[in-house]
Design a protein around this ligand. Structure first.
Ligand SMILES: C=CC1=C(C)c2cc3[nH]c(cc4nc(cc5[nH]c(cc1n2)c(C)c5CCC(=O)O)C(CCC(=O)O)=C4C)c(C)c3C=C
Ligand code: FE2
Length: 417
């Protein structure tokens, strides 16, 4: 797991580097950065050590890439890139090397070399994570088809899909999350500029979650339907967590390079909020199988009480209905199939009929999509009471390699193996 260095003593923010070294020497620490372009004022402004949200950082280097097990941040950007015509394996390797070095700098709160935008100049890393993945087409374009994992075979079509091909798939995928909107956008902009000549943005989506500190104590985030979403996710402390989420070490075969990696299924799921909001609270709760106020299962207890799918109420009916989302999606209903859900909400304005163009950027992480997303979505597609309030509008499946050590880059084992 990538180390989450929230310990204040280990936090390295751009401000702290400058504060410790002193203004004059500090200019050298960010050599090639925007500091020179913004003059003395920016340097003076950055002398006090950062505290709070801005100071938290996540390590870029590690066994797994960051942005999988860490809590989803307040701001997210998802971007898919297609390799430019003529960009080959060498060009792809150079891009991943450049992107990895930049992500490591940004996540440590340092200005990347050559950055002249100044967008995040005053801020610390704000829990920034940058995660890179490869889509199906990447392997053909780089002459690496023999290394493509079978797990990247296209997802089956589902009856409820209304997918927009232009906003689906892609050769490369970047997931960015940060607890500050400018830090998140800055990372996206820097990476997009660095891709010039090698890859072009195919689609891009923006998402959000509640800001840290918005609730009296840390709580499970709510989605735009108002439900607590993420309660029954696999936990890193579960004995089988790694087995479910990450490709095992010592993994053999053409895709041995995926050891320590994970597969991300990305779905832009629009919520039919006008219909949902018109549903009485009791009906809404029945559709999910949990109470809206506190996320407790309708079989009783509190949010964290295990769901009892066999519980029958005084009226003789199942406490959690046959088509309730949590029943249909539960590992117990899917031969143990499970995934780690780490989503962002999105809102892209209003459609012509006045309905919000809003929903969930659903991201499911698993060691094998055929043992995670696919069987569960097949079942939801047929029998989920929630599905009549949802439209799956875009879809992507990406191989997200394991993390890298200092001096290496993400995907090196594939591109140089
Ligand atoms: C294919 C997998 C899933 C899709 C797609 C999906 C979409 C989706 N879900 C919600 C809201 C909730 N989901 C909840 C639980 C839940 N959902 C899935 C899978 C998919 N959801 C699973 C595996 C689970 C856990 C089931 C269990 O073991 O109990 C919940 C309950 C709280 C929780 O446990 O997170 C809510 C609420 C929405 C709104 C949505 C699409 C927009
Ligand atoms: Fe769900």
């Amino acid at each position: 797991m990538a180390d989450s260095t929230t310990d204040q003593a280990h936090l390295i923010s751009r401000r702290r580097l400058l504060g410790t070294a002193g203004a004059a020497g500090a200019a050298g620490l960010v050599a090639g950065s925007a500091a020179g372009a913004f003059g003395d004022q920016a340097v003076r402004d950055r002398q006090a050590p950062l505290t709070g949200v801005g100071s938290a950082s996540v390590a870029f280097h590690g066994t797994h890439q960051a942005g999988i097990v860490q809590p989803a941040q307040a701001h997210g950007h998802l971007a898919a890139f297609d390799l430019a015509p003529g960009a080959d394996r060498k060009a792809a390797a150079a891009l991943l090397r450049r992107w990895s070095a930049t992500a490591a700098e940004l996540m440590a709160g340092q200005a990347p070399k050559g950055d002249d935008t100044g967008i995040a100049l005053d801020a610390g890393p704000a829990s920034l994570t940058v995660t890179f993945g490869f889509g199906h087409g990447f392997f053909d374009r780089t002459g690496l088809a023999d290394k493509r994992p079978t797990a990247l075979d296209p997802l089956p079509a589902f009856t409820g899909d209304a997918l927009d091909a232009k906003r689906s798939d892609g050769d490369l995928w970047v997931q960015i999350g940060a607890d500050d909107a400018l830090v998140a956008f800055h990372a996206l902009r820097v990476l997009q500029k660095q891709a010039a000549g090698a890859a072009r943005v195919r689609w891009q989506m923006n998402g959000f979650n509640r800001a840290p500190g918005a609730t009296e104590r840390p709580k499970t985030a709510r989605n735009l339907m108002g439900q607590m979403d993420g309660t029954n996710n696999p936990k890193p402390t579960d004995a089988n967590f790694d087995e479910r989420v990450f490709v095992p070490d010592g993994h053999k075969g053409a895709d041995a390079w995926m050891a320590g990696g994970s597969y991300a299924v990305v779905r832009r799921i629009r919520m039919l909020l006008d219909s949902w909001d018109n549903l009485a609270l009791e009906r809404q709760e029945k559709v999910i199988g949990r109470r809206k106020s506190d996320g407790a299962p309708l079989s009783g207890g509190t949010e964290t009480t295990p769901v009892d799918l066999d519980k029958v109420g005084p009226d003789g009916a199942l406490a959690i209905a046959g088509d309730a989302h949590v029943r249909v999606a539960a590992p117990a209903s899917n031969q143990g199939a499970a995934m780690l859900r780490r989503a962002f909400s999105y809102h892209d304005g209003f459609l012509d009929d006045g309905a919000p163009d809003a929903g969930l950027l659903f991201i499911a992480w698993q060691a094998d999509p055929l043992k995670g997303f696919v069987p569960v979505q097949r079942k939801l597609d047929r029998g989920d009471g929630l599905s009549r309030f949802l439209r799956h509008e875009s879809s992507g499946l990406f191989a997200v390699p394991g993390g890298c050590a200092e001096g290496e880059y993400v995907g090196q084992r594939l591109l140089e193996g």
